[in-house]
Ligand binder design. Structure first.
Ligand code: S3P
Length: 259
């Protein structure tokens, strides 16, 4: 498992509960940035905001984030952490894996119906809360390495989904998609190569040169073998096979053109 996991998402998405259980399950340290804020300032978020306002809260929140990111483990963040450009930059630059716990607004509202500790929940009208939601959702998504839907799921299930993200199965899926993408690039390059082959054939046709020029192909083979001499993935035999394939497809292509 990676060193640090940062959980992001709206208030009531389950970041703290999931973070605690995830840390326990994976035997890592757990930090809740809202709790760290309280430790740092010696006051509750509710009274800090009442005394100093949200802007001052955000400035302090950035300091706490920056400082606590020195630790490894599971870190749950406050729902508004993504509103600040600086915070997003700090998170994006860190080595942590960022997981967005996504819930419907309706689910969040019903989960927090009896909450009295979250000042914004008390202060904001429903319209303002929905505006915050609309502002934050794309920010959470763009910052996250992975997103997990939490609607109707018990925390244990969400924890298992997070763990699965780091399992070898998952690594295999990601590695396979990497290799598939390389294969696509290789075929695209071959197609590009054949376009150039066609241009060469046109020139040869005009100047009456022969299709196959063995000297040039042998020269290319030895240049490639020299270049990849220290690359343990690429043997001389592999270079011969690749050059054979490339030249035979080209010759067929050219011959077709000469008719
Ligand atoms: C906030 C969310 C809270 C806390 C503060 C502000 C927000 O954290 O940081 O009250 O702006 O959404 P939770 O997301 O843990 O509720």
């Amino acid at each position: 498992m990676t060193n640090t996991i940062i959980l992001i998402g709206f208030m009531g998405a389950g970041k703290t509960t999931v973070g605690q259980q995830l840390a326990k399950e994976t035997k890592q340290q757990f930090l809740d940035l809202d709790d760290e804020f309280v430790k740092e300032t010696g006051t509750s978020i509710k009274s800090f905001m009442a005394d100093n306002g949200e802007k001052a809260f955000r400035t302090m929140e950035t300091k706490v984030l920056e400082d606590r990111l020195q630790n490894s483990g599971v870190i749950s963040t406050g729902g508004g952490i993504v509103e600040s450009d600086i915070n997003r930059e700090i998170i994006a630059k860190s080595d942590a894996t960022v997981i967005f716990l996504q819930a419907d607004l309706a689910t969040v509202i019903s989960r927090l119906a009896t909450d009295t500790e979250r000042p914004l929940l008390r202060q904001l009208s429903m319209k303002q809360l929905m505006d915050r939601w609309a502002l934050r959702e794309p920010l959470y998504s763009s910052l996250a390495d992975s997103t997990i839907q939490t609607n109707g799921k018990r925390p244990e299930k969400i924890v298992q989904e997070v763990i699965k993200l780091f399992s070898p199965d998952n690594a295999l899926v990601s590695l396979r998609s990497e290799i598939d993408s390389l294969d696509h690039q290789i075929v695209n390059l071959i197609s590009e190569r054949l376009t150039v082959v066609k241009e060469i054939a046109d020139v040869k046709k005009d100047t009456g040169l022969s299709v196959v020029q063995h000297g040039r192909m042998d020269q290319m083979r030895s240049e490639l073998k020299k270049e990849f001499r220290d690359d343990e993935n690429v043997s001389d035999i592999l270079i011969d096979e690749i050059v054979d394939l490339l030249t035979s497809t080209s010759i067929n292509h050219e011959n077709k053109m000469f008719g």
